[in-house]
Design a protein around this ligand. Structure first.
Ligand SMILES: [Zn+2]
Length: 122
């Protein structure tokens, strides 16, 4: 069992295994968070927290819910609102012990470049 936790410990995640790769994304949300995401199926991640300790944030298209701890503010994970569309949950590896994830390779997802490309074509 692998663990992740917000700063104050009110929101803890129990994860089936160590991540194999981490993803850094530069979209308007992830870029601000400075998050590194590790993707799992929902059943591989168990969220442990008291009722009301977590809050979800949705924006624009309301496709994804970003969860953060109400006490310390750390964003712990996000998931698609519609479970039928995706069985995945993205855990913020910044909530894992740095020494546990230091050697894992990081994939850089440049969505801004993709958007620039799209704008140039139209
Ligand atoms: Zn917290």
């Amino acid at each position: 069992m692998f663990h992740a936790s917000c700063h104050c410990g009110a929101v803890r995640l129990e994860i089936a295994r160590k991540p194999r790769t981490l993803t850094e994304c530069n979209c308007s949300m992830c870029g601000r968070l400075g998050a590194r995401w590790a993707y799992y199926t929902r059943k591989a991640v168990r969220v442990v927290c008291s009722n009301g300790a977590m809050q979800a944030y949705l924006y624009r298209t309301k496709t994804y819910e970003y969860y953060h701890c109400k006490v310390c503010g750390c964003v712990t994970h996000y998931a698609r609102v519609n479970v039928k569309r995706s069985d995945k949950v993205a855990v913020n590896a910044r909530m894992m012990k740095p020494e546990d994830v230091a050697s894992i390779s990081i994939r850089r997802l440049d969505v801004r470049k993709r958007k620039r490309g799209r704008a140039e074509r139209t």
